[in-house]
Design a protein around this ligand. Structure first.
Ligand SMILES: O=C(O)CCC(=O)C(=O)O
Ligand SMILES: [Fe+2]
Length: 176
């Protein structure tokens, strides 16, 4: 199942998530933790779980939206794509057996992108335009592997402007 959800975040919440992660991304540039894989050319950071009301409130809301305990989520992962940056088609679930596999994903858009940056699902011939406050949800916990494989997805290259997104990956059992 893939669902596009409107009004998941308010404009103020989107702005706050960008504001607090901007510093994190800048900091990570100085260190060695910058992502240099060609699969994902964006910059990214996991937000700390506690200490910010908006982060805590958003995590609670989106987990209840997905019907999972907040303890099963990996937290909020912020992605920033500049023009030309992308996240090539991939699965969010792990190929190897895992005792606590990922079961579903929510990708939230924190801004409107001038051009490009859609989340695309090649097998479904479906793509989602990044729109501030909107989210796309998809799940891959089915017995039938073919159903899970339909969730192959990627972030198309940004053509103009910046793209900010926040991803929450969810595990089957308690994760934190
Ligand atoms: O940026 C996007 O549109 C997709 C992000 C994504 O696939 C992920 O974070 O796992
Ligand atoms: Fe993904």
């Amino acid at each position: 199942m893939v669902a596009v959800l409107g009004n998941v975040l308010s404009d103020e919440e989107c702005d706050e998530l960008i504001r607090i992660s901007k510093d994190q991304l800048n900091r990570s540039k100085i260190g060695s933790s910058r992502d240099v894989s060609s699969l994902r050319t964006s910059s990214s950071t996991f937000l700390p779980e506690t200490g910010n009301d908006v982060v805590e409130r958003v995590e609670k809301r989106v987990c209840s939206l997905m019907g999972v305990p907040a303890a099963n989520s990996e937290g909020i992962h912020i992605l920033n794509y500049k023009p030309g940056q992308e996240y090539k088609a991939h699965f969010d679930y792990f190929k190897k057996e895992n005792s606590n596999p990922r079961i579903c994903t929510l990708v939230m858009y924190l801004n409107d992108v001038e051009e490009g940056g859609e989340t695309y699902f090649p097998h479904l011939k479906f793509s989602v335009l990044p729109q501030k406050g909107t989210a796309v949800y998809f799940e891959y916990f089915y017995q039938d592997p073919a159903l899970n494989e339909l969730t192959l997805h990627g972030g198309a290259p940004v053509i103009q402007g910046d793209k900010w997104a926040a991803t929450v990956w969810v595990r089957r059992k308690q994760y934190k």
